[in-house]
Design a protein around this ligand. Structure first.
Ligand SMILES: *Cc1c(COP(=O)(O)O)cnc(C)c1O
Length: 401
């Protein structure tokens, strides 16, 4: 169905996702894992809308969660709790209790202090928590510093040099059951080398940990594979995994279960945000194209100077001009694209591309803007998977003094 028709029927800004594109992205991983003992856990913080989770759950995915709220979403979407892994540096006791009681598959533990607390909480419940420890392989993923996570100077994981000691500590705790090892080196990674280096570093640790008498049943290799935003050329998931399995096999670890946590690469290019041009505003130095989507809907440019392609929804014969594409929010940081050549007029629709990941899940109500509606297109069928948020929705829970 034409985006223009959808925008007219449902209003703007409007996120539109393609189920076929999501399953196509997933299929590349599934091809890479054919014949292997592997589990894909969708890194759901990329887009945690229930209808999106439902598609991945039905396709057999587990989920990588980072909060108890995300666990509740997995349950609401009909996901399999046993296929949930819980990542994040700041899990609370309440969150641990909830996840243990629900029976999740594994906790990816990020510090020694967390190991101690998790063991205590599990013992209180008369359970043993399945854990893997997130190790920091200290490789440079060559991505934006805000989304690079596997280097020494950041808050994630346990240092490579400390990992064996931390594993010994974990194995000594009565409330824990050590089952795996985990790493996640960053996001929007477009090169193979950082992954290959990280796998070498992780396999070194697996050898050392197993030599110390602690068996490792699974290797969780995180997510982070990039997508094409603007001429980016990330490796295809199946080709990447062919190379990674060559390493795993060469080092006699073929028997281990492989888990991964891809987020962006499963949904990023499956969604667009359709927006209406409100005004064209010529200026002395710049022309502005003011649209009805803003940084509260599409936070990535303001947050990471990220690039989203922006295209007119219908081809017109208007003359093109160069614009900074901005939203109505009262911040100079509220821009969506700079110096874009566009042939549009007020009232036309534009599509902000590659908006399936880290857009709606990061959306806010800044400027008391309701969050956008979301549609899932499945062949000829179009389903509303999130209604446009009303101002009443936003004020719910607030009280006058
Ligand atoms: C964010 C995150 C992911 C998903 O990352 P993508 O770049 O979206 O693939 C996976 N694992 C962990 C621990 C994360 O924090």
């Amino acid at each position: 169905m034409a985006l223009r028709t959808l925008a007219q029927a449902h209003g703007t800004p409007l996120f539109v996702y393609s189920k076929a594109a999501m399953l196509h992205a997933l299929a590349a991983y599934q091809r890479g894992f054919a014949g292997r003992n592997a589990q894909i856990c969708y890194g759901m913080k990329a887009n945690s809308t229930l209808g999106i989770l439902q598609v991945f759950a039905a396709a057999g995915c587990g989920f990588d969660i980072v909060s108890s709220g995300e666990l509740a979403r997995v349950v609401a979407a009909g996901g399999d709790v046993k296929k949930v892994i819980f990542s994040g540096v700041g899990k609370t006791r309440v969150e641990m209790r909830g996840a243990l009681t629900a029976g999740i598959g594994c906790f990816n533990v990020e510090s020694e202090a967390e190991l101690d607390v998790l063991s205590e909480v599990a013992l209180e419940l008369g359970l043993r928590a399945p854990v893997s420890i997130r190790v920091n392989p200290n490789v440079d993923p060559k991505t934006h510093p805000y989304i690079s996570t596997g280097l020494k100077g950041n808050k994630f994981g346990v240092a490579h040099s400390d990992a064996l000691r931390v594993y010994r500590h974990a194995a000594s705790l009565p409330g824990l059951n050590v089952v795996g090892i985990d790493c996640h080196i960053g996001s929007q990674i477009t090169e193979v080398t950082p992954y290959l280096d990280a796998m070498d570093r992780v396999l070194d640790l697996v050898d050392a940990i197993e030599a110390a008498g602690i068996p490792i049943a699974h290797i969780d290799f995180g997510g982070g594979l990039g997508i094409d935003y603007h001429g980016d050329t990330p490796p295809a998931a199946d080709q990447l995994w062919r190379q990674l399995f060559a390493k795993i096999d060469a080092r006699s670890h073929s028997g281990k279960k492989i888990m991964i946590e891809p987020g962006r690469s499963l949904v990023g290019n499956a969604g667009v945000c359709v927006s209406e041009v409100i005004y064209l505003k010529p200026g002395e130095q710049k022309n502005f194209c003011i649209i009805d989507a803003a940084m509260n809907d599409l936070p990535r440019p303001a947050l990471y100077q990220a690039f989203h392609a922006i295209v007119p929804v219908s081809i017109t014969n208007k003359t093109a001009a160069t614009y900074d594409v901005v939203g109505p929010v009262c911040e100079s940081g509220d821009w969506l694209g700079r110096d874009r050549e566009l042939n549009v007029a007020a009232g036309d629709f534009v599509a902000v591309l590659s908006s399936g990941a880290y857009c709606m899940s990061m959306a806010s109500n800044y400027n008391t803007r309701g969050r956008a509606a979301e549609l899932l297109v499945d062949g000829d069928a179009v389903r509303v998977i999130r209604q446009r948020e009303t101002v009443q929705d936003q004020m719910r829970g607030e009280q006058l003094v």
